[in-house]
Design a protein around this ligand. Sequence first.
Ligand code: ATP
Ligand code: MG
Length: 181
Amino acid sequence: MFLKALEIHGFKSFPDRTKITIERGITAVVGPNGSGKSNISDAIRWVLGETSAKQLRGGGKMENVIFGGTQSRNAMGFASVNLYIDNTDRRIDVDSDEVVIGRKYYRSGDSEYSVNGQNVRLKDIYEMFLDTGLGRDGYSIIGQGRIAVIVGAKSNERREIFEEASGIAKYRYRKNEAERR
Ligand code: ATP
Ligand code: MG
């Protein structure tokens, strides 16, 4: 499983539809301060189901992921991100070589999630990535300051981190879900 491409449209500083293809090996994003580098990792985190606006550096409001306009350009009404994942190894439990995860969010507050073009619930995306290391709570995206949070975490919080990393989180999640019914 690896990321093949990211398509961003209306998300933060990307008003134009922008497709970033990711080659095998190491990819580095370079650019001046404020040029949108971190917005790219925010887009990946967001499409994987991040629901905490704080994690997305948007001043605590989800609406702030939508392109807010500049002096020469109007604000947009929605943000959309598609993440193309190579799934030839079937790490994701979907029977196709490519899995495209999509998320769209409107100023009205409406949200849409999709997998290979089919509408799904956020929960479906969350469950799909549990244990793959890539999901919303996975540790494949380490934001600025995240290391300090891990080191400074209380013991029960640190335990959750190890549970996710070691693959136990999925079973705990399923147990909790079963108990809720
Ligand atoms: P640094 O090198 O300082 O880490 P960076 O390349 O990571 O910078 P980002 O944090 O990704 O930069 O991008 C910040 C820019 O994104 C700012 O110019 C900010 O105005 C712009 N931005 C963030 N949210 C929006 C939005 N909703 N609409 C328009 N622009 C936005
Ligand atoms: Mg940055």
